[in-house]
Design a binder for this molecule. Structure first.
Ligand code: HEC
Length: 111
């Protein structure tokens, strides 16, 4: 009896962990991405993102080139929300994030 209970507990934990892990990529498919004001977004980008991604997202020493790069807006939003490697999570939120995404839509190749 005890081993069966243990088995359920362990496999339950493993399943939960597996689900947590899988939850990250699905962030990218969580509904349409709302866009704000691209002009303001450009200002936010140059103040917050260009330090790593270069002026106009043309690539910097730390962050990858964004200009002309094929990335969906959902993917970009997921990256902004969750961060990745040295990119901090949640650098911009709410209206500022919408504005930055509107700006990214003008420089990235968002298909
Ligand atoms: C501290 C440096 C840094 C800052 C600041 C930064 N990023 Fe990044 N960014 C990175 C790095 C490094 C990566 C690659 C991360 C990875 O491989 O997971 C990245 C990846 C990305 C990607 C995904 C690129 C791809 O090819 O999938 C997007 C989109 C992005 N950043 C947008 C932004 C935006 C918008 C801002 C400003 C709000 C920003 N970043 C600020 C370092 C930075």
């Amino acid at each position: 009896m005890i081993p069966a209970v243990l088995f359920v507990a362990v496999s339950g934990t493993v399943f939960a962990l597996a689900k947590l892990h899988l939850a990250r990529p699905t962030l990218a498919s969580s509904g349409p991405v709302q866009l704000g004001d691209f002009y303001n977004g450009g200002t936010v980008f140059s103040q917050t993102c260009a330090v790593c991604h270069g002026a106009d997202g043309r690539g910097g020493k730390i962050g990858p080139k964004l200009a002309g790069t094929p990335i969906t807006l959902a993917r970009a939003k997921a990256q902004i929300d969750a961060g990745g490697s040295v990119m901090p999570a949640g650098l911009v939120k709410g209206q500022q994030e919408k504005d930055v995404l509107a700006y990214l839509a003008t420089i990235m190749k968002t298909q």
